[in-house]
Design a protein around this ligand. Structure first.
Ligand code: NAD
Ligand code: UD1
Length: 325
């Protein structure tokens, strides 16, 4: 049995990691300041997850939380490109300084490995598809720049201190538990939230921008493999499905799988928006044994079912009039 610390453990991805680890019988701590995460995301496993409310910029809190820890899964961050345009300094403090603090504390407490939630946003607007890890990064937004800075620190800590670090460049992660009420959430959750409220879907720009959506369970599998895989310290891995879909097509499929009445409206493009993002997952396949198992359609059905199941319980003013699912 190993001990894990999940920063951002009350967030979307972090809470799934905690749940999966707890269900495997591992010892799990979650550290989160609850700025965008919720304790409700850990419902049902809070008796098996030690929760620490704290900020990743606080080195002392981190050192305390890392006592006896084997693996740190560093997920805490501001995850929104849009928010990084509004508050670049604050996003830098959380995403860059927070990561540096996590790495310093991990070095000082003898952690075996840190797995960092990097981002496909690091590739920016290079038109070459699919994205391979050896392509030069070209961050377009302050968010992308902050995640890339985190990657560089991970690499540097491996080089100079011998702290094992692994960077996972997650593509667009979706699934149950992603925030449905926030304008800073992922597009799939925003689309589902709007559909269930009877509102039109807003597509930014011409909608022909492309993303590689990967279901949360596949991301959890990749992240947990990255803890124990041999010989991968200092490396960067793409974690996507390896298939792209345009936002126009996504809107169509979301409407279809829910069976809800949906209208689409276009609004001006979002600054800092990458045009096309699709992963080459060969490296993760070969070195982490990563195999995405859940298709976009299957993942959407499961996410929509989860959402429908929570409508009444959460009393968010959504309604269900769809015929599908
Ligand atoms: P999320 O917002 O649901 O989770 C982030 C968590 O970090 C939240 O629980 C939040 O409360 C916490 N947090 C924020 N600032 C903190 C601070 N200063 N101290 C402690 N906790 C803090 O986002 P997510 O989608 O789960 O993203 C998790 C990670 O994965 C982030 O690092 C994000 O950049 C990265 N990522 C996400 C995606 C995606 O599609 N969701 C894709 C690529 C990378
Ligand atoms: C997402 C993640 C980011 C991650 C990156 C990796 C979130 C909030 N962001 O960023 O953490 O690092 O993937 O690839 O999870 N769109 C609309 N209408 C909407 C909302 C979005 O058309 O109402 C469009 C956007 O313009 C964009 C696409 O949908 O082209 C995806 O947007 P979004 O879900 O915000 O994700 P990314 O910016 O790709």
């Amino acid at each position: 049995m190993a001990t894990y610390l999940v920063t951002g453990g009350a967030g979307f991805i972090g809470s799934h990691l905690c749940r999966s680890l707890a269900e495997r019988g591992e010892r799990v701590r979650a550290l989160d300041d609850l700025s965008s995460g919720r304790l409700g995301n850990l419902e049902g496993v809070l008796d098996r997850v030690e929760f620490i409310r704290g900020d990743v910029r606080d080195g002392e809190v981190l050192k305390g939380a890392m006592q006896g820890v084997d693996f740190v899964l560093h997920e805490a961050a501001v995850a929104s490109v849009a928010r990084s345009l509004e508050e670049p300094l604050e996003v830098d403090r959380i995403n860059v300084e927070g990561t540096l603090q996590v790495l310093c504390a991990a070095r000082d407490t003898g952690v075996r490995r840190v797995v960092f939630a990097g981002s496909a946003a690091a590739y920016g607007d290079d038109p070459t598809l699919p994205k391979r890890e050896d392509m030069p990064p070209k961050p377009l937004s302050p968010y992308a720049a902050s995640k890339l800075a985190g990657e560089h620190y991970c690499r540097a800590f491996w080089e100079v201190y011998g702290l094992e670090t692994v960077v996972l460049r997650y593509f667009n992660v979706f699934g149950p538990g992603q925030d449905l009420g926030s304008p800073y959430s992922g597009v799939i959750s925003i689309f589902l939230g709007r559909l269930f409220k009877g509102e039109e879907l807003v597509v930014f720009g011409d909608g022909e921008q492309m993303r590689d959506f990967v279901f949360i369970e596949d991301v959890v599998r990749a992240t947990l493999s990255a803890c124990e895989a041999p010989g991968v310290a200092g490396e960067v891995f793409n974690v996507g499905r390896g298939e792209g879909v345009t936002i126009n097509k996504l809107a169509e499929v979301v409407i279809e799988v829910t069976g809800l009445e949906g209208k689409v409206r276009h609004s001006p493009p979002r600054p800092g928006d990458v045009r096309a993002s699709v992963a080459d997952i060969t490296r993760a396949r070969e070195q982490l044994g990563y195999r995405p198992e859940v298709s976009l359609r299957e993942g959407l059905i499961r996410t929509a079912r989860w959402f429908r199941g929570g409508i009444w319980r959460r009393g968010l003013g959504y309604s269900w009039t769809g015929t599908a699912l």
